[in-house]
Design a binder for this molecule. Structure first.
Ligand code: FE2
Length: 375
């Protein structure tokens, strides 16, 4: 249980948990009040404008009752906070509904998260699948409805579908007048989709309806793992790949889509936010020749890692299988396929919000069932 006290010298509340102590100021606490006249508890939105609270707001009194603290503020408001909840809000205790952390994988270490479609009716099974998805950046659903268009229902189970110029669903099968290389029998090296789009699609579904052609195996590689490998093997190259703004373009008769970003988008701690690897439509700027040397080296290395059996897994989707991939992390491709049998996949995109909300809402329900309700 966290401990808490009022520092009469500064007028701040301190909270301590597992050896870490933080000072909490009056405004930070005051605007977290979940009193019914302060917050609409259907939406958890404040019912007032917090910028109108007094800038010099103070804590006048703090009464502790073992599991919580009741605070009297100088503007007349009084409310109680549970200490467990306050420790989570202050970042001293883990959020019980936090998403699982990504765990980079290689071909040796990965266990593909898999669930049958029917099992997803059970919240625990759905949560397990989502845990695997957030950890590994992909998941496989088996025995899904196997009719044309049923992907709308399958992907819709996880969140609203995001329509693009490819439509709500796109059909991955050989076309006479292909508008994308995906619609031919050519092999596709591991790539991320639509890097040219402003707001690159977050999650891609690929639903297998027919896969009777020779070849056409699906390939996956973890962008987080290959980014780590590049940082380890060639730090100077890695630095260019995280900084050089590359122009990604898709152009056809009716579309001229362009986005600019580094191939590796990483946060200040070096964790991958997004990889954009699509070597058929990326155009670096006319940078210094030395920088371009490093860029081309980096692109060559990333593409090689993504095709390396140490990093890549390869499997054949069966009719009714549906692959779900984090398009900002997991690179996907396929081997070439012959014209000796039907191969028909349908695809679509959704945003992150859907699966992330599902995961948290299931978590809130589990906590409520155990009686551990916040604040
Ligand atoms: Fe693709």
């Amino acid at each position: 249980m966290p401990s808490c006290g009022l520092d009469t010298g500064t007028g701040r509340l301190w909270i301590e948990h597992q050896g870490r102590r933080l000072a909490l100021v009056a405004l930070w606490l005051r605007e977290r009040s979940e009193a019914p006249d302060q917050m609409d508890l259907n939406s958890h939105q404040r019912t007032y404008d917090p910028t109108r609270l007094p800038a010099d707001l103070q804590i006048l009194d703090a009464q502790f009752d073992g599991s919580g603290v009741t605070i009297q503020f100088s503007d007349g408001h009084c409310c109680r906070f549970g200490l467990d909840w306050l420790a989570v809000e202050a970042g001293l205790a883990p959020d019980p509904v936090a998403l699982p952390e990504p765990a980079p994988w290689t071909a040796d270490s990965v266990i593909p998260p898999t669930a049958s479609w029917a099992a997803l009716d059970d919240p625990d099974s759905l949560r397990d699948l989502l845990t695997g998805f957030f950890t590994s950046g992909f998941a496989i659903l088996r025995d899904t409805p196997c009719t044309e268009g049923s992907l709308k229902t399958i992907a819709g189970r996880f969140g609203p579908l995001r329509e693009t110029n490819w439509g709500v669903l796109f059909n991955v099968r050989t076309e006479a007048q292909a508008t994308d290389l995906a619609y031919t029998g050519m092999a596709l090296t591991a790539h991320s989709d639509n890097p040219y789009r402003r707001a690159v699609p977050a999650i891609q579904f690929l639903h297998c309806l027919e896969n009777g052609a020779t070849g056409g195996d699906s390939t996956l590689a973890d962008g987080a793992a290959i980014a780590d490998a590049l940082r380890r093997d060639a730090p100077a190259v890695y630095a260019v790949m995280t900084r050089l703004p590359v122009s990604f373009r898709y152009r056809s008769a009716a579309v001229d889509d362009r986005g600019q970003a580094p191939v590796l988008d990483v946060d200040e701690d070096g964790r991958l936010r997004a990889i954009r690897l699509s070597t058929r439509l990326d155009f670096p700027p006319a940078a210094d020749p030395e920088v371009l040397d490093l860029f081309y080296d980096g692109r060559r290395r990333l593409a090689a890692y993504a095709e390396d059996p140490a990093f890549q897994i390869r499997f054949k989707l069966a009719p009714g299988d549906c692959l779900m991939m984090d398009n900002h992390r997991t690179l996907h491709g396929r081997t070439a396929f012959a014209e000796d049998g039907p191969r028909y996949l349908q695809g679509c995109y959704i945003d992150y919000d859907g699966p992330e909300c599902l995961y948290r809402v299931i978590g809130h329900r589990r906590l409520a069932a155990r009686g551990a309700i916040a604040a």
